[in-house]
Structures are given as C-alpha cells and as structure tokens.
Design a protein around this ligand. Structure first.
Ligand SMILES: NC(=O)c1ccc[n+]([C@@H]2O[C@H](COP(=O)([O-])OP(=O)(O)OC[C@H]3O[C@@H](n4cnc5c(N)ncnc54)[C@H](OP(=O)(O)O)[C@@H]3O)[C@@H](O)[C@H]2O)c1
Length: 335
C-alpha cells in the first residue's frame, strides 16, 4: 500500500506533560503534528481512554519506570495518553491492514491530542456499533482483564474474587469472569457497589469496612487489581489448588510501586499447589479483536461512566488517581 504521509509542518492540539509534576500540570498546547514512520499509522483522534498508566507517566512513579526508558528526569513522550479511537488519516511505509478513512481503536503514542501515531499491530477496526468514546476505553484495561481472566483458568461454577472490581481493569474482569461461568465476588468501595453488581458480580465487599481475607469464603481464583493485599493473606482465602493472578495495585513504595508482590508470588508458587502469578499485558490486535467480538455480540460492555473534553485531560487523570471515576472515563477530542 502506498504511504500517505501528511506534511511535517502541520500542527495539532495536544495535552502535554513536560515535567513529572503530575496530572495537574498537563496543558493543551499546539505542537507539531507527528508523522507516521514505517509500520505506523496517523490517527485523527476522536476519543482517548484514561487509565492508570497515564497517571504513572505524568508522575514518573514508580521510579523504576524512569529506568525503563520513559525518561529519567522528565517524560520522554511529552503528549499524554495511550488508549485511542479515531480515524486513520495517514499511513507509513509498509502498512497493509489500514487505509485512510478506516475507523480504529487500540493504543497510540500520545493519544490526548487531535492526532496520534499508532503501530499498525496495536490497532483493530472499530465496529460501527460502538461509539468512539466507548471504543477508546477498551484497549489497555480490556486487554489486561482478558489476560488476567485467561490466566485464572476459570471453570464454570468457580468462586472468583476480583479485588478492584469497580476500576478500569476490574470492570472488564468481572464481566469476563462471569461470562466464563464464575460466581464473582467483587471488592470495591461501597459507593461503587451498584456498578459492580450491574457488571454481574453476585456479591460486593467494601474494602473500607471489611477485610475480605478475614472472612470464611475460599475462592478458586483471585484476580488482584487493587489494594496491595499481602500475598500470605490472599493465600489464606485461596483454595489449595486455586490460582492467584496479580495485576497491580496502587500505593506501594516509590521505587517499585509494590511490584515485588508479583515477584514473590512467582517464587512462592514453585513450592505450593496453589498457582501464584503476575501478568504484564501488552496491547495487540488479537486480544483487541477478541474483546470487540464480545462487545458486538453483547456479552461485554465498556463501563464508560464519564467523559471529559481535551482541555480537561489533566483533570480526568487526577480524578482517576483520586478514585473519583467508576469503571472507565474517556477524553473526547472530537465528537
Ligand atoms: N499488569 C498489567 O499489565 C497492568 C495493566 C493495566 C493496569 N495495571 C495496574 O492495575 C491496577 C489497576 O488499574 P486500573 O486501571 O483498573 O485502576 P483504577 O481504575 O483506578 O481501579 C482501581 C481499583 O482498585 C480499587 N481499590 C483501591 N483500593 C483498594 C483496596 N484497598 N482494596 C481493594 N480494592 C481497592 C478501586 O476501588 P474504588 O475505586 O471503588 O475505591 C478500583 O476498583 C493499577 O495499579 C495499574 O497500574 C497493570
């Protein structure tokens, strides 16, 4: 396919983070419009999903991230945002799956902008039945939840505990576990219990009033997305041959952010019949297709509860970090 690369002198409006000062410092600026390289696509952004990774990149926390190539003293990528839904307006050399005019969703570099660059392999076609805002909140959280639920190896009738059930990843994990035949108990703040029930959870436990690890119920699988509960306490309520999947959690130490739990889980797993594992999800076409197929079929729905204009992208990220968003939120760049 012939590359259609717009001129590099064109500009675009983007929500920019120049320092690791946090989401409050994200400002909309006019910047040079990016140009797609080989295997890349230029997307005219209609909506961008808000997720925890965007907060991590705005704060440079945990610090280990800075050593992983995201920028030692300031963000290497100045435009915030990753999840994207929009229209292809330019294609780089060697791109075969997309052409100008295609409506897509996936992950991009700097999606809180009127234009963003995405790798061809990290995009899929947006189903007509989905709005751009709903499509934009699928990629990172949906793919992560899909991987977590697959790793949990759920059998019909299993009792599954989802910690962090009201959040971005959790809102998909609850639905996917229910679809796999599980009886799901969700852990979330009381104010978001109705949302978690609406996603299919049979019971909801408020972590602010109740320690789920002190209760008598034993689970076949635990998907741990929020709260950094110590491994030994999680193992107490996990069946002898149960599976614990650690996805993440906030509030850990400033260096690693609590990622040591995943490492410890993998080590302890070698000496027990319980399966204890962490996951690292990477957005790719195959899991995105699996998710959009389920969404079109009506067995999965993005829990989009709030939208923000581009000018309030920083507020959206701050609201997420403060727990003010139930399920998912999107930055709507262009209606
Ligand atoms: N491993 C991976 O590949 C991967 C991929 C994506 C994300 N992550 C990580 O996964 C975590 C969740 O991401 P997200 O986008 O779902 O975040 P989110 O939307 O902010 O959701 C966080 C969830 O955790 C809950 N929570 C907070 N404190 C809790 C506690 N003490 N006990 C139980 N639940 C608690 C929140 O409940 P309330 O809001 O009701 O208070 C909310 O449901 C983050 O740490 C993120 O970095 C990992």
């Amino acid at each position: 396919m012939t590359a259609t690369v717009p001129t590099s002198t064109a500009t675009t409006r983007a929500a920019v983070q120049r320092e690791y000062t946090g989401p409050e410092a994200i400002r909309v600026e006019t910047v040079e419009r990016p140009t797609p390289g080989p295997g890349e696509v230029l997307v005219e952004v209609r909506a961008a999903g808000v997720d925890r990774g965007v907060w991590h990149l705005a704060t440079g926390r945990p610090l280990v991230m800075r050593l992983m190539g995201f920028g030692l003293t300031h963000p290497r990528q100045p435009v915030a945002g990753s999840d994207v839904a929009g229209v292809v307006v330019g294609i780089g050399e060697g791109v075969t799956r997309f052409a100008a005019g295609d409506e897509v969703l996936g992950t991009a570099t700097g999606s809180f902008a009127e234009h963003a660059i995405a790798k061809e392999g990290q995009l899929v076609r947006k189903p007509d039945a989905m709005s751009f805002a709903a499509a934009a909140v699928v990629p990172v959280s949906g793919v992560t939840a899909l991987k977590a639920v697959e790793r949990a190896a759920i059998e019909p009738g299993d009792r599954v505990l989802v910690l962090g059930a009201s959040g971005g990843v959790g809102s998909y994990a609850v639905q996917l576990a229910v679809a796999a035949g599980a009886r799901v108990t969700g852990v979330a703040s009381g104010a978001k219990a109705d949302l978690v029930r609406s996603l299919g959870a049979t019971d909801v436990i408020d972590y602010r009033t109740t320690d789920v690890t002190a209760l008598a119920t034993i689970y076949d699988a635990i998907i741990d997305i929020g709260g950094l509960t110590p491994l030994r306490r999680l193992r107490r309520i996990l069946g002898t041959e149960g599976t614990l999947v650690i996805v993440g959690g906030e509030g850990g130490g400033s260096l690693t952010g609590g990622a040591g739990r995943q490492l410890r889980a993998s080590l302890v797993s070698l000496f027990t019949r319980q399966t204890l594992t962490g996951i690292l999800a990477v957005t790719a076409a195959e899991p995105l297709e699996a998710l959009t197929t389920r969404i079109v079929a009506g067995s999965l729905a993005p829990a989009l509860t709030r939208t923000y204009p581009l000018a309030q992208a920083g507020t959206a990220v701050a609201d997420l970090a403060a727990g003010r968003i139930a399920g998912k939120a999107a930055v709507v760049v262009q209606d």
